[in-house]
Design a protein around this ligand. Structure first.
Ligand SMILES: NC(=O)CC[C@H](N)C(=O)O
Length: 359
């Protein structure tokens, strides 16, 4: 019989039904998303995490590659109340352990009370509680994954939409979701995707109209290369960022970030725009937040539940970032106009550069 154990930080071990075998460890988090499991499971931001779905049935509309956000599953393991056969088979084929028939209300309550925590998983014919505890023992804190960018970024630069007429975007791939690239291409941009640790001169060589820092896993302070790029470019080139990108921009411009207790993960996080007074529903997946934007940045949008910064603008520089995922996938599309705003900023800069020198 397949045994399945989940060892939580502190040593409490849960028993469930094994749906995909293997052993794993990671930071235990939960998402309240009730749809979009294909997108969430392929979102590189979940690297080194163990994802618990609080919605009780996951997998009821199958597994379709066209919904994937990257070419593999990123969470180290998956926990749920009930996983369908389709999802269980997919996870087995990806080598990602999965456990269901768990009381996910208990798991979520534990995370809400204790914060995102380390955990160890063991699923297989003859695994024991001790195997899960041994995984837990070896689990690192998220901030100790100091080169996590290398696990999720492209190795070499790639260009998408070379023949497009819109602005040239330098997208720093810290674990970018495919939908971010698609949202830019749909708006006629040329997207130059660079590795997370790209050198300034390589990015400068494409003369980008905007520097765009992607989403990604882990602690923003571990993305020193991207932080440096923002510092180097911000005086002359507009800068945009999504999720990890917002945090990296804050770190670069004199602000600071901090770890949240259990973060925001779901598809109905309400965000208030401070200028218009409008509230939009957003998709989120983050465990860190901007603690202090610093004097060069101003908070323009906040989370209605806990007032954390959700949108940030530059005070004297052309900077626009979002903590949530405007590209949706999964979740509501209320915030897609972020990409119009980003590209308008880039076009303006491109037009001003196009003025002949003797004019
Ligand atoms: N989706 C993201 O980009 C996540 C950002 C960062 N890793 C966090 O957890 O806060």
């Amino acid at each position: 019989m397949t045994e399945a154990y989940v060892a939580l930080e502190g040593g409490h071990v849960l028993e469930g039904r094994g749906r995909a075998s293997g052993t794993a460890r990671g930071e235990l988090v939960f998402t309240t998303a009730y749809t979009g499991y294909e997108e969430s499971l392929t979102d590189p931001s979940y690297e080194e995490q163990v994802l618990t779905f609080s919605y009780p049935l996951i997998g009821n509309y199958g597994v379709r590659e066209e919904r994937f956000e990257s070419d593999r599953v990123h969470p180290r393991a998956v926990l749920a109340k009930e996983l369908t056969e389709d999802v269980a088979e997919w996870l087995e084929s990806e080598g990602v352990p999965a456990v269901d028939h768990l009381d996910t209300r208990e798991v979520v309550t534990d995370i809400r009370d204790g914060g995102a925590m380390k955990c160890g998983i063991a699923v297989g014919e003859d695994v024991t509680e001790e195997d899960a505890l041994a995984e837990l023992e070896q689990c690192k804190a998220m901030s100790d994954h100091t080169d996590i960018g290398a696990q999720v970024s492209v190795d070499e630069p790639i260009v998408h939409g070379e023949d497009n007429d819109g602005p040239d975007v330098a997208l720093i791939d810290c674990g970018a979701k495919g939908s971010i690239v698609d949202s830019l291409l749909e708006r006629d941009a040329t997207v130059h995707v660079f590795p997370y640790d790209a050198a300034t001169e390589d990015v400068a060589a494409v003369a980008p109209d905007i520097l765009f820092i992607s989403n990604g896993p882990g602690d923003p302070v571990n993305f020193e290369g991207a932080i440096e790029l923002v510092e180097e470019f911000v005086e002359d080139t507009p800068v945009a960022g999504i999720c990890l990108g917002q945090q990296i921009v804050a770190e670069a411009l004199g602000g600071s970030t901090e770890k949240m207790d259990f973060g925001h993960r779901g598809v109905n996080q309400p965000v208030l725009d401070l200028e218009s007074g409008q509230v939009v529903m957003t998709t989120q997946n983050h465990g860190y937040t901007v603690a202090d934007p610093g004097e060069h940045l101003e908070v323009t949008q906040i989370n209605v539940n806990d007032d954390t910064p959700e949108g940030i603008d530059g005070v004297e520089f052309d900077v626009i970032t979002r903590q949530y995922h405007p590209e949706a996938n999964p979740g509501p599309e209320d915030t897609l106009d972020f990409f119009d705003d980003v590209l308008a900023m880039a076009s303006e800069r491109a037009d001003s550069r196009a003025v002949p020198a003797d004019d």
